[in-house]
Design a protein around this ligand. Structure first.
Ligand SMILES: [Zn+2]
Length: 190
């Protein structure tokens, strides 16, 4: 369940009631928008009141995010289309190979031009991979695909999920995550 409200103090908020949330959480996305997740069966008004109380923190987080985004690498549309072609020739085989090697299965594969995430996995085990993984070194590209493939078995970031991913990466999940953090998805040159 998700909806967007316009709050007079903190602006637009996307509210997501989640059965997996244990407490209220606020995050600022790279475009400055706010995401508010809260336990599915608790009051959304309480969650919004919590966001209002953190208005100062939100202002600071937005400013920091804007600074970070200003430092993002950029890419032209033409370069992106070249990446898309590369992605279509490389990713389907790579995903199929990794899935087979580790005995994991997915129902569909989509190559997206997402700027906000490297990949995702739906509840129906449809995998989506951002074409921007083509900018990453090969081992990190594989790491992202493995991450999404592990979600076909665990649709969350539980301990069981991390244990599986860590096994498939020979105990390097944490190190690979750290390495990945140094990479940014580029913005399109305007
Ligand atoms: Zn994940």
């Amino acid at each position: 369940m998700s909806f967007v409200i316009f709050n007079p103090i903190v602006g637009e908020i996307e509210c997501v009631g989640s059965t997996r949330s244990r407490y209220v959480r606020i995050s600022v996305r790279s475009d400055g928008s706010l995401l508010l997740t809260y336990p599915r069966f608790s009051s959304v008004d309480d969650a919004i009141a919590f966001a209002e109380k953190r208005a100062e923190w939100i202002r600071t987080a937005r400013r920091k995010m804007a600074e970070r985004v200003a430092n993002y690498p950029t890419i032209s549309l033409k370069e992106r289309e070249a990446l898309r072609r590369d992605a279509h020739s490389v990713i389907p085989t790579l995903v199929a190979t990794l899935a087979q090697r580790h005995g994991l299965s997915y129902t569909s594969l989509r190559i997206s031009s997402a700027h906000t995430r490297w990949g995702s996995c739906s509840t129906k085990n449809g995998i989506s991979i951002s074409l921007f993984v083509m900018l990453l070194p090969e081992h990190l590209r594989e790491f992202i695909i493995l991450h999404e493939l592990c979600h076909t078995r665990h649709h969350n970031h539980s301990a069981a999920f991390h244990a599986l991913l860590d096994t498939l990466t020979n105990g390097k999940e944490k190190a690979l995550n750290r390495e990945l953090k140094a990479h940014r998805i580029p913005r399109i040159k305007s």
